[in-house]
Design a protein around this ligand. Structure first.
Ligand SMILES: C[S@@+](CC[C@H](N)C(=O)[O-])C[C@H]1O[C@@H](n2cnc3c(N)ncnc32)[C@H](O)[C@@H]1O
Length: 373
């Protein structure tokens, strides 16, 4: 059995731990912004393919005490890098955390990279080239106080990048957070789902992927696919099984609306790319015109929070409208509003039955729950 570490957004550790258990992980142990777990390589592949709430799955290869840069270099040189990396493979190193003497992640990563390529030069007379965009092997260095863990990053790119959404200029919700909000709301595919301010559609699309049992990793590539020990036939088998277990029809309606027609066309393009365009309904509508698409269901939305004072005054009316629409037209539903602004949250004017703290990136937010009856 191998030890793994999944990195997750702050506050999502318990949700991520539950997800890992459902995927068959053993010895699941939540930590700060991550979850330790154990399993075989099939589990590593399965977690990358299926996890909806994790950022990255790391495979720790060495752990040591590391008070300074010299010790870091020496310890990294003790690793038999030829087991993971040949000079004709490309390499990238990233670094997180730090301590008093190793407090610049860029410098730490450089030190690790130098230790690796110096070893290769001594051993082979040649070294790996660096490719920060698409390396064959991505090494992660994590330093916390005097402890350093060197890991291989099996995901490559962060798992929130599902591969169905091109980079966008706006700041949509991360797919991992959207998936976690669906878990927090205890939404099940048998219930209708609606987001009346859906923007590029992240919440309805994550709901549709879950509702149709579509593995979120089917649209992208992973770091482990360019590793020396990559088991291609195992990977192909897992992908085939995932495709075979997809459903063709949703059990209940999943829909979104927004007043911005341009952003809705992005939502539809994203739906097209992940194969759910015929299943999810996106409607161009002002919040004031929205009607309940069913007699019960779950709403989750993240209205704009506004970062400047003027915005906050203007947005107060939008939050009040949201509360009025919920109360008047969504009886029988449960609504969740994610906001980073407590003053605005009060303007909804309904009594929240739960307040769940959530981080949206580095911004502390609250997910407010309203039972509408
Ligand atoms: C923070 S964004 C939501 C982002 C979305 N969750 C995503 O992942 O792309 C807020 C959205 O609310 C929409 N919006 C703001 N006021 C609205 C209104 N009065 N009626 C409908 N939509 C509105 C905006 O167009 C914007 O797309």
């Amino acid at each position: 059995m191998n030890q793994y570490f999944a990195t997750v957004a702050r506050g999502l550790e318990p949700i991520a731990a539950q997800e890992l258990e459902r995927l068959g992980a053993k010895e699941v142990r939540p930590d700060f912004t991550g979850v330790h777990f154990a399993g075989d390589s099939a589990l590593l592949y399965r977690v990358n393919l299926w996890a909806r709430t994790l950022f990255r799955v790391l495979v720790p290869i060495r752990e040591f005490t590391c008070p300074n840069a010299d010790k870091l270099y020496q310890e990294v040189q003790k690793i038999a890098w030829e087991e993971y990396l040949q000079p004709d493979n490309t390499l990238a190193v990233n670094s997180t955390g730090g301590n008093r003497q190793l407090n610049h992640t860029h410098f730490t990563a450089l030190q690790v990279k130098n230790a690796i390529i110096d070893q290769q030069r001594q051993q082979f007379g040649k070294r790996s080239s660096i490719d920060t965009q698409n390396p064959d092997v991505l090494v992660n260095t994590h330093i916390h106080q005097a402890r350093c863990v060197i890991s291989l990053d099996s995901s490559g790119d962060s798992l929130h990048r599902r591969g169905y959404r091109p980079a966008v200029g706006l700041a949509p919700l991360k797919e991992t957070l959207a998936a976690a909000l669906l878990e927090m709301a205890e939404w099940e595919p048998s219930l209708p789902f609606f987001d009346p301010m859906c923007g590029s559609g992240t919440l309805p699309l994550e709901a549709a992927l879950k509702g149709l049992n579509i593995a979120p990793g089917l649209f992208r590539q992973f770091g482990f696919e360019t590793w020396q020990n990559f088991d291609k036939s195992l990977w192909e088998q897992l992908r085939l099984e995932a495709k075979a277990s997809q459903k063709t029809e949703l059990e209940a309606l999943i829909s979104g609306s927004d007043r911005d027609a341009d952003i809705l066309s992005q939502a539809r393009d994203n739906a097209q790319r992940c194969g759910v365009v015929s299943q999810v309904t996106f409607t161009h509508a002002e919040l004031s015109q929205v009607e309940a698409p069913a007699d019960k269901g779950v709403i989750i939305c993240n209205p704009p929070y506004g970062e400047r004072l003027g915005d906050v005054q203007e947005l107060g009316a939008l939050y009040k409208l949201l509360g009025d629409v919920f109360k008047q037209r969504f009886k029988g539903w449960t609504a969740f509003v994610l906001t980073g602004n407590k003053e605005l949250a009060k303007k909804v004017g309904l009594k929240a039955s739960r307040r769940i703290p959530v981080y949206n990136g580095s911004l502390p937010c609250t997910l407010l729950k309203y039972e509408l009856y």
